[in-house]
Design a protein around this ligand. Structure first.
Ligand SMILES: [Fe+2]
Length: 253
């Protein structure tokens, strides 16, 4: 499957989740490789504050390995090109779960992102918003930071299933250059976030090949710096004991 176009949608996420025709139209667009964008979903200022909050967490916490399970803790992860990873990655991240609280009340503020995903999957809109594991899966709001000069994510596709049929990202900072891409025909990388703005929210198909190339310049890496590509993601993940959902698949391009 190849990425096609950016489609800036004319309705808000809040309107779409009440409109069956719009949901069908968006599902069709995504299934044909379009990236559907909701412009100005979040205020620019608020995005910068989220970065400040999450960067503070990253600076002041050590990694504690935490299997995803009912009532698990929010956690920090420093993914540093570990050879055991299915998809190679260098990324610092913080994961938030629906049964824990945080200063930004992420699950209240961004519940509609999950409602949109649920309705596209033909499921109840409140699925994964009930502070409990459902069907051995849970929502997880993840803030991903790819530091300038070092952050990357290998090309891959993500598993599709009834638990989620789209991927979804709120842009917090695209970084100086490169960063997130999907592939178009002939495996050509398309760094489309540079055509969008901080605060835009977009959805796409999990089978689009995607990854992150090192943002900015290699010589500019600084372990304490806030510079790089930042995104807030709204995935649904299997709990650690669930063997029914596949892993991501690395793709050579
Ligand atoms: Fe992915």
């Amino acid at each position: 499957m190849y990425a096609r176009n950016l489609v800036k949608y004319h309705l808000t996420v809040q309107d779409v989740i009440k409109n069956a025709d719009a949901l069908n139209e968006i599902t069709d667009l995504v299934n044909n490789g379009d990236i559907v964008v909701f412009k100005g979903f979040e205020q620019h200022k608020f995005c910068k504050e989220i970065i400040k909050y999450v960067h503070g967490i990253l600076l002041n916490n050590l990694e504690i390995m935490t299997p995803i399970d009912h009532k698990c803790n929010n956690y920090v992860r420093f993914s540093q090109s570990d050879s055991r990873a299915v998809v190679p990655i260098y990324c610092n991240s913080v994961s938030f779960f629906q049964w824990n609280r945080d200063l930004f009340e992420f699950f209240n503020r961004y519940g509609d992102c999950y409602r949109l995903k649920n309705l596209i999957a033909g499921a109840d809109s409140e699925r994964y918003l009930n502070r409990a594991v459902e069907g051995e899966c849970t929502s997880r709001i993840a803030c991903h930071f790819y530091p300038e000069g070092k952050g990357y994510l290998g090309a891959h596709t993500d598993p599709i299933g009834n638990h989620q049929e789209i991927t979804s990202t709120l842009i917090l900072d695209v970084g100086k250059s490169n960063g997130y891409y999907v592939t178009k025909k002939n495996n050509k990388k398309w760094y489309f976030e540079h055509e969008l703005e901080v605060g835009d929210f977009y959805i796409g198909h999990p089978m689009l090949v995607h990854g992150v190339d090192v943002p900015g310049s290699v010589e500019d890496f600084d372990p304490l710096s806030v510079r790089g590509r930042w995104g807030l993601l709204f995935p649904v993940n299997k709990i650690a004991t669930n063997t029914k959902i596949a892993d991501s698949i690395k793709v050579d391009i």
